[in-house]
Design a protein around this ligand. Structure first.
Ligand code: ES4
Ligand code: ZN
Length: 398
């Protein structure tokens, strides 16, 4: 550690007062530190080793998170549209944007709740028009998370956001699918695509979307339910989900992000989902927690999203650790990383820091990501084994 950094940290330390040490600045960059007594020197040394130890621990945790094999199960591909690509596509497609710079776009990402975010999110998706745009969007996400050691992804897409603007279903899915195929070849990354119905639109519109999807059935693993939650209970879509099930599709739904535990019950009982997206409000209903634990229904939690959308005020107040300790199958995901300030590793890091998660907690969460995935059991087992191997290495080296 540089002495400059140390001094700036020490000046925050309650052990020292301005009278106890003198800091002299030399040439504006380096510092000398004069300590007046031997007890102060001892205290100084103790503080130095404490700071160095906590910095080393932080680095070790960061390295551990980076190296952990991870699965992302809750990612809206339109939510990975970074402002730079948004600008590139707006000029390529000659679509007007109400912003003049990338900085201005980022500055607009201050949300008060889910709806305030969705308004901006749907506007941003307006630059996506051609197959190439959907390819570029998806490829940028896959390249990014490949560098974060994400080995498997299950990606949501919102066809209605595009078909309602006149972009054909085929255009959307072809671009996304091609990128997923390339990532499989180039990175060995596995993936599934999940079609989400927008719950602020009608049951009829959802049926029409499912019909449009059927010619591409082979490219789609499951269906989901997203968009504005409160006022749009899952049971509205019961018949659409039944039809999806008849087509052999898997079923998931957003529930209990802003909506009450009752919506989670409905997602389970009316829609028959095998996974709940978000689900953090389940903790308000102990009977529901019992059911989710017993059936090990996975919850795809998105910590940075929850902070950005004010589901919790601060990460320190997030209930993820309580959920984990209650025996729930909790996973960590990024939701809409371009809007919420972080991809997978940033979500793991911020949660670890806010809730003081142990390496064992982190490994368990990463394992849950694979357990909760739709991968064949033998693939799940091999990912779980690689995480166990990593933990074993850690305990021999640490
Ligand atoms: C979403 Cl965070 C969230 N919740 C519900 N629907 C969504 N679509 C995109 N992000
Ligand atoms: Zn979501």
């Amino acid at each position: 550690m540089k002495l400059t950094e140390l001094v700036s940290r020490l000046s925050c330390s309650s052990h020292y007062t301005i009278w106890e040490y003198i800091v002299k600045q030399k040439k504006g960059t380096s510092f000398a530190l004069y300590l007046r007594s031997s007890s102060m020197i001892k205290r100084f040394r103790d503080d130095v080793s404490q700071i160095q130890a906590s910095k080393q621990e932080r680095q070790m945790i960061e390295e551990f998170i980076k190296t952990l094999p991870k699965a992302e199960l809750h990612l809206h591909i339109e939510g990975s549209l970074e402002p730079e690509l948004m600008f590139e596509l707006s000029s390529r497609n000659k679509v007007d944007m109400p912003f003049v710079s990338v900085e201005e776009v980022r500055a607009a990402y201050e949300f008060s709740d889910l709806q305030s975010f969705l308004d901006i999110f749907y506007a941003g998706a307006g630059v996506l028009l051609q197959t190439q745009d959907f390819f570029d969007l998806t490829w940028a996400y896959l390249e990014k998370v490949n560098r974060e050691n994400v080995r498997h992804v299950e990606i949501f897409f919102d066809p209605q956001t595009h078909t309602d603007r006149g972009v054909p279903f085929r255009t959307v899915i072809t671009g996304i699918h091609k990128a997923l195929e390339e990532a499989r070849e180039e990175f060995g990354m596995t993936s599934y695509l999940i079609l989400c119905f927008l719950r602020h639109l009608s049951e009829k519109a959802a049926f029409a979307t499912l019909e449009e999807a059927l010619p591409f059935r082979g490219w789609i693993e499951g269906v989901g339910l997203d968009s504005s939650e409160v006022g749009f209970p899952p049971e509205i879509f019961e018949r659409v989900f039944t039809k999806a099930e008849e087509e052999g599709l898997r079923k998931v739904a957003h529930a209990g992000e802003e909506g009450p535990p009752e919506y989670i019950w409905q997602a389970l009982d009316s829609l028959g989902v095998s996974r709940i997206d978000h689900g953090v409000r389940c903790m308000e209903d102990q009977k529901l927690v019992k059911r989710l634990v017993k059936e090990q229904i996975p919850l795809t939690v998105c910590p940075l999203s929850n902070i950005k959308l004010k589901v919790f005020d601060r990460m320190e107040e997030h209930n993820l650790k309580k959920m984990l300790d209650a025996g729930l199958c909790v996973t960590i995901n990024s939701d809409d990383p371009a809007y919420f300030g972080g991809y997978m590793n940033e979500n793991f890091l911020a949660t670890q820091k806010g809730l003081n998660l142990s390496l064992e907690d982190l490994a368990e969460i990463a394992k849950n990501g694979f357990r909760a995935s739709f991968l064949p059991q033998e693939d799940i087992d091999s990912h779980l084994q690689s995480i166990d191997d990593m933990l074993a290495m850690q305990s021999t080296s640490g």
